[in-house]
Design a binder for this molecule. Structure first.
Ligand SMILES: [Zn+2]
Length: 372
């Protein structure tokens, strides 16, 4: 049966997580480390990386930052420009119009307007949609292909533009406990071995006669290409204190970020500052909840327990009430986009529900486990 971390509400059903012998999850242990970090020492390490970028700048840009216009990218981009005094190129991925929200468009414009050069990459919307559908049906995760694109298109551009340094925000091994990411520091070079990018395999994308060169933006550059480019990949979150959803959300809101204002019961989220550029992420969190027994609310309250002493009873209450919630309108717009019926949508989702954790009562999935 599902076990929860003794300090937060992280369950041991998260893929690639291991609790320690005291039943504590890795992000909780890391939060203790964070309290005693000598930030000046880390800053000296970071200055070495800044030096590296300046020395190897052949194109005019010191580094490249993959951005969505959300809270993390806003904080990162401003830090890089104003504090590190680097000249970054921002790269953002274009969504099909049905997927992009007005809020997302507003936020990316807001970030650009703060004074950055930006390149927008737009993979073919037709393929995008086809692959999204395939990911949903085959893996119960429509974002499987789009995440490949997000994490592959940035290094691809860095190689092409000869930009020596890629800066990502958080290291999922530290903040979420996903060991698949294989790095417990700031080095992101092993990123492609992470959960979504496992082995960089893309064979499943080659459906309906799609050729490898049609999905270039979904394919991570080869090791040879990366080596030739002398590219370094760094998680900036490692060097920044107060790197939490709440802190980054507040920072970015003060610089113009628009956040979600929906009721938690519509979006399965109690602070509304994550993944603001599109709304189907909510539906994916719902499916994740049925697969593993946790969604966005569990992640949020767990961070609040680690860094802001949210009482366990309150956290449990919020998770019980809102985790995995998703409005019908959201599901309908997704079904319209990938051209399936709502009945088929639920047929697919039902196939991915973990039946050890959930049972169907009056046509709805109810959890069988007790959060404690
Ligand atoms: Zn924990």
């Amino acid at each position: 049966m599902i076990r929860f971390c003794k300090k937060c509400l992280q369950p041991d059903t998260r893929p690639n997580i291991e609790f320690d012998q005291n039943g504590i999850c890795p992000p909780c242990n890391y939060s203790e480390v964070v309290k005693n970090i000598n930030w000046n020492e880390r800053r000296i390490l970071l200055e070495d990386i800044v030096e590296f970028a300046k020395k190897n700048n052949h194109s005019g840009y010191d580094c490249i930052i993959g951005v969505s216009g959300g809270k993390d990218s806003t904080r990162q981009a401003i830090f890089v420009k104003e504090v590190l005094k680097l000249n970054p190129l921002l790269v953002s991925l274009n969504y099909p119009p049905e997927q992009m929200t007005n809020r997302g468009a507003y936020n990316i414009s807001n970030l650009i307007n703060l004074g950055f050069d930006t390149i927008t990459i737009g993979p073919s919307p037709l393929l995008w949609k086809k692959l999204m559908r395939e990911g949903f049906i085959k893996y119960g995760n429509w974002a499987r292909s789009t995440e490949l694109s997000l994490f592959s298109s940035v290094p691809r551009l860095a190689v092409a533009y000869q930009i020596p340094l890629i800066l990502w925000g958080e290291n999922p091994a530290l903040t979420l406990g996903e060991l698949g990411s294989r790095s417990d520091t700031y080095e992101g070079g092993q990123m492609k071995h992470g959960y979504t990018l496992s082995g960089g395999k893309y064979d499943w994308l080659l459906i309906d006669g799609i050729q490898p060169n049609e999905i270039l933006q979904y394919r991570y550059p080869s090791d040879e290409e990366m080596e030739m480019a002398g590219l370094r990949i760094i998680y900036l979150g490692y060097f920044m204190n107060h790197w939490t959803k709440q802190d980054n959300g507040l920072f970015a809101a003060l610089r113009g970020l628009q956040v979600r204002s929906n009721h938690p019961s519509e979006i399965g989220d109690i602070i509304g500052v994550d993944s603001l550029d599109e709304d189907w992420v909510v539906l994916n969190q719902m499916i994740k909840y049925y697969k593993f027994g946790f969604g966005k609310v569990t992640e949020i309250v767990s961070e609040e327990m680690r860094y802001r002493d949210m009482p366990r009873a309150k956290a449990i209450e919020l998770v019980k009430q809102y985790d995995g919630n998703c409005s019908d309108t959201n599901i309908e717009s997704f079904c319209d986009f990938i051209e399936i019926s709502k009945e088929y949508f639920w047929e697919v989702v039902d196939g991915f529900v973990n039946k050890d954790l959930f049972e169907k009562v009056n046509g709805k999935w109810k959890s069988k486990f007790k959060i404690q």
